[in-house]
Design a protein around this ligand. Structure first.
Ligand code: ADP
Length: 191
């Protein structure tokens, strides 16, 4: 299996580059943000819980997220050749849980792609995206909270994967194609 974590602050292009990865490699794509937004749009109980956190720019509780990933792998393992994890793991507890889950399937994270983008650029991108995305969390106040949460709760995940020796740093500024060329090199080196 080829398992990829696409990692970076909100607005760093994880979703965009995941789309490119799917086209290039035969992998399943799990975006926890997309899964949560689906729950919200279908008015489930989980969706209501998720929305109360997402609208404040806070993380949804680890157990909710880990259960989602667990049941996805349970349903799909065996049918897939690998996974792109997008927006997950976002805490060290999630990274540890993922490691344990993947061990059960005798597999692991092969590479963590760390998209590096300066904060001013992230702000500008998300404010621009907010004009068309319809995402209620793409407004200046919530964006600031999300960047803060990223620094405090999510960045430590990078150290977790550095210890595992699987981090590839990718400069996330430039053309989408240029960034993807760097991503491809890192993925092919990890295969
Ligand atoms: P972005 O990377 O632009 O913030 P996402 O779609 O990945 O967009 O996430 C949107 C929101 O969904 C987050 O701010 C958070 O509230 C929630 N969320 C998504 N993934 C996770 C996760 N793995 N753990 C906790 N909360 C999450």
């Amino acid at each position: 299996m080829l398992n990829i974590v696409i990692f970076g602050p909100p607005g760093s292009g994880k979703g965009t580059q995941s789309e490119n990865l799917i086209k290039e490699y035969k992998l399943a794509h799990i975006s926890t943000g997309d899964l949560l937004r689906k729950e919200i749009s279908t008015n489930t109980q989980l969706g209501a819980l998720a929305k109360s956190h997402m609208d404040k720019g806070e993380l949804v509780p680890d157990n909710v997220i880990i259960d989602m990933i667990d049941s996805y792998l349970d349903k799909n393992f065996g049918k897939i050749e690998g996974v792109i994890f997008d927006g997950f793991p976002r805490t060290v507890a999630q990274a540890e849980a993922l490691k344990n889950l993947l061990v059960e399937y005798k597999t692991k994270v092969n590479v963590t792609l760390n998209l590096e983008v300066p904060n001013e650029e992230l702000m500008a991108r998300m404010i621009e995206r907010g004009k068309t995305s319809g995402r209620s969390d793409d407004n200046p106040e919530t964006i600031k909270a999300r960047l803060d949460v990223y620094e405090k709760q999510t960045k430590p995940v990078l150290d977790f994967y550095k210890k595992e020796g699987v981090v590839a740093n990718i400069k996330g500024v430039g053309s989408i194609e240029g960034i993807f060329a760097d991503i491809k090199k890192a993925v092919d080196a990890a295969k």
